[in-house]
Design a binder for this molecule. Sequence first.
Ligand code: AMP
Ligand code: MG
Length: 329
Amino acid sequence: MKKTLSFLLILSLLFPFSACKSESEKSSRSGIFFDTFITLTVFGQDDGLLDSAFSLLKEYDDLLAKDSKKSDVSRLNNADGKEISINPKTALIIEKAKEYETLTDGAFSITLGAVTELWGFGKEIAGIPDKTDLKNALSASEKGEIIVTNQNRARLTQGAKLDLGAFAKGYIANELGALYKKENKSGVIDLGGNILTVGAKPDGADFSVGIKDPQNPESIKLTIFSEATSVVTSGIYERNFTQNGKLYHHIINPKNGYPAETGLASVTVICSDSSKADSLSTALFCMGREKGLEFIESLKNTEAVFIENDGNTHISSGLKLSDDEITFK
Ligand code: AMP
Ligand code: MG
């Protein structure tokens, strides 16, 4: 399914429980960045915040777009192993992402680009790659390393390609959140299902964010209630194709280069840092429920919801589940 379309059926829900007047005073703006339909909402007067936020989105899109020859990511991917100059902002993203590669013991990996490019999820060419091509791409990815020097120079191992698809939106959501806070604003940052809520709702109620039903992504399976935080989901329904009756999805097991088959249909991570939630949702999906739950329990103030292919739900110990509502305090 094309990601942009799927995001038009987006999951984020803000339920105005009490139809108080100030609740209706909000500004929202949508657009397409990072091949994703995004919506930013500010409560109360916008005071130019959305203009600044959209400039920031455009700046990051220009730095990271895989398909634009001028972006840092595509210049690194085409540098044949040579060191090149990059924007310090790109360097910071890479450095931060590498921390999560280490934390997850490689379940989250930003050098999987040669493999993900072969699968082509979200593109016309999507299909099962040739076995030899995949083996070679996996080997290049495994050997791949991106090294940042001097905050504005980087080198990517020859043959490897950078793919920040599981991380960049979370990182940028954090940057946008910082902008909201600097301007003393509250609101909701929705980067295609990668949600960051900021400040407080005008009516003082908790924020509510829906988790899609992976088998029927147009409907919401669970709703998370919490104070401002980030909620990020990695799911099989986001980008996929079916071949010979089998569904192939875009979350790749870095150990074999194939879509991770762990019995999971989606993983949602809830924590204040959206880049952490983004990288961990992908990593936990690859780890599977058992290992993933153990891992998430080892982290403070970081929670997860696992939905299995059979529809069963498992939550980490800092969440409370009652019917289809989850609370995070
Ligand atoms: P997400 O939706 O955050 O789980 O990110 C999935 C996207 O990240 C995919 O479309 C790929 O571009 C990339 N990706 C897939 N598998 C991995 C992985 N194991 N580690 C890091 N990035 C990945
Ligand atoms: Mg992710």
